[in-house]
Design a protein around this ligand. Structure first.
Ligand SMILES: [Zn+2]
Length: 139
């Protein structure tokens, strides 16, 4: 036991729409209306200079791009180790840092490019987007 409460993300004015969406269990990203580029991180101005950014909903499907198995995390996360910290490339083409759940924290269970799908980790007022191996079509 760490004794400390698990940290919960604190919305800022820029990230509030993102966290409000997670309460509805919707994963959203910023898409630029000027050039079409997407970003998983909220931002006020696109690299192209446009400020016309729209929150758009993601499908929640993606693939495992990269990961590490964390055995010795910060003390506050010690109870959860080992866990899988991953970069998932969403179907929309943007990459996000997240966790892989519902699978052993072992490389034999984590082939790169594995299809993954969105799940939610409930943390008080917010839901954290995490991913698990995708279930086969129709199941
Ligand atoms: Zn742009």
């Amino acid at each position: 036991m760490s004794g400390e409460p698990r940290p919960v993300p604190r919305p800022t004015p820029e990230t509030l729409p993102y966290w409000e969406a997670t309460r509805r269990r919707e994963l959203v990203r910023h898409r630029c209306d000027g050039c079409g580029a997407g970003s998983q991180h909220p931002r006020a101005i696109c690299a192209c200079g446009s400020t016309d950014l729209t929150w758009t909903r993601c499908t929640g499907r993606g693939r495992l791009f990269s990961y590490v198995v964390v055995h010795r995390p910060e003390p506050v996360f010690a109870d959860e180790a080992p866990f899988v910290l991953a970069i998932v490339e969403l179907e929309e083409g943007v990459r996000m840092t997240t966790r892989i759940v519902d699978v052993p924290a072992d490389p034999s269970a984590l082939p790169l490019d594995m299809d993954v799908e969105l799940r939610w980790l409930e943390l008080g007022d917010v839901n954290l987007p995490v991913f698990a191996p995708a279930r086969p079509e129709g199941s």
